[in-house]
Design a protein around this ligand. Structure first.
Ligand code: HPA
Ligand code: ZN
Length: 356
């Protein structure tokens, strides 16, 4: 089934994908079996007897993820995992360099099929060191996949190291320092995880240091449409953190002042927008109206997929198709959208020109 030849053929960049967000129940089951790990429910400690049971616990229709902070749930089943339980629970199955390589290649093969030419992939090292994995295992596995993808699949990539905003800033600083031996693989530093009462400014010191060292910086804002516009403001405003990008931040669409501030940043400044991620929490019409408003105002954005395994297996292609359909974009507008994403990516000029 070929959904839309033009969208499929567009040369793409993907700037918002969490590599750990690819860990579907089936993939986790595969790694767990290989590593002789018993999968248990994080709250009840019940052992999952088989893949079907495990898949059932991830059923997004059984529970709205707690990511929005609203606590909204369709069902009170104790057995159904929240988004973060399921997401961080996935980390424990990754043990060896081979696992990290396989996870990387799982993405890069799919990326090649969708004509993704360059990507910036988020990873959450704090979640991996917590399970006892070393930096070397993680980064050398990723590196091998990355090099093979460039060589064999014509997919280039770089990494964005994300700090967990619900962990202390000191821990972020320790992980930043530990990452420096791998800086040739890492283009940027980001901020993700649970956003309640965790504004980006809490991490000002480590971000300032990363900027000085030559990294680009970005932060997730308004994940789930229930967080203060102040978070976006801190990221955008040069008198505050003045970062290089905002991840999500769709609440900016309702504020003409914020749109003006974003536009004033010019250059490579842009937003990453993941529609399928928002429609779990927010009415569909509101999501696509917001995207339309930003696009019409001339804000540059890159459409991304966030966590495909947690969003009904939707990838950048499906997210672009949703934008085309629900924003009512013409083919010409879709081409502009794809080119804007290339313009805001952090690849070297030569790589960008090769994609445009
Ligand atoms: N939201 C916040 N943090 C995350 C997400 C997300 O969807 N995925 C991975 N880390
Ligand atoms: Zn994200």
């Amino acid at each position: 089934q070929n959904p839309d030849p033009l969208i499929l053929a567009l040369p793409k960049v993907e700037l918002h994908l969490h590599i750990e967000g690819l860990l579907s129940p089936a993939l986790k089951w595969k790694f767990a079996t290989r590593n002789k790990i018993t999968l248990t429910h994080p709250s009840t400690n019940r052992v999952f007897a088989n893949l079907a049971e495990y898949e059932d616990s991830h059923d997004p229709m059984k529970s709205h993820s707690k990511i929005s902070g609203s606590g909204e749930k369709l069902d009170n089943s104790e057995e159904t995992l929240s988004f973060f339980e399921a997401y961080y629970g996935g980390f424990e199955v990754l043990k060896t360099k081979q696992d990290y390589y396989d996870l990387g290649m799982y993405y890069f093969h799919r990326a090649a099929e969708m004509n993704v030419r360059y990507c910036e992939l988020f990873f959450d090292p704090q979640g991996h060191t917590k399970t006892g994995v070393t930096w070397e295992i993680m980064m050398e596995g990723f590196r091998e996949a990355q090099e093979e993808a460039e060589r064999e699949l014509n997919v280039r990539s770089s990494w964005i190291l994300c700090f967990l905003r619900d962990s202390p800033p000191e821990e972020a600083m320790q992980h930043y320092t530990a990452a420096l031996p791998y800086r040739d693989m890492i283009v940027g530093i980001g901020l993700d995880s649970y956003e309640v009462d965790r504004p980006p400014s809490l991490f000002a010191e480590v971000f300032a240091r990363a900027r000085q060292d030559g990294f680009r910086i970005t932060a997730h804002c308004d994940v789930g449409h229930s967080y203060p516009l102040e978070h976006v403001q801190q990221v955008v405003s040069e008198s505050k953190l003045g970062m290089d990008r905002v991840d999500h931040g769709l609440n900016a669409a309702a504020s003409p002042e914020m749109i003006a501030s974003i536009k004033a940043r010019g250059g490579e400044f842009g937003m990453t927008i993941c529609p399928w991620s928002y429609i779990r929490h927010q009415p569909l019409e509101e999501v696509f109206k917001g995207i339309r408003v930003l696009f019409d105002a001339g804000v540059r954005m890159a459409i991304g997929s966030d966590d495909p395994a947690f969003m009904e297996d939707t990838w950048v292609l499906e997210n672009l198709l949703a934008v085309k359909r629900f924003c009512g974009f013409s083919d010409g507008e879709m081409v502009k959208l794809a080119r804007d994403a290339v313009m805001i990516c952090w690849a070297e000029a030569g790589v960008k020109e090769g994609i445009l």
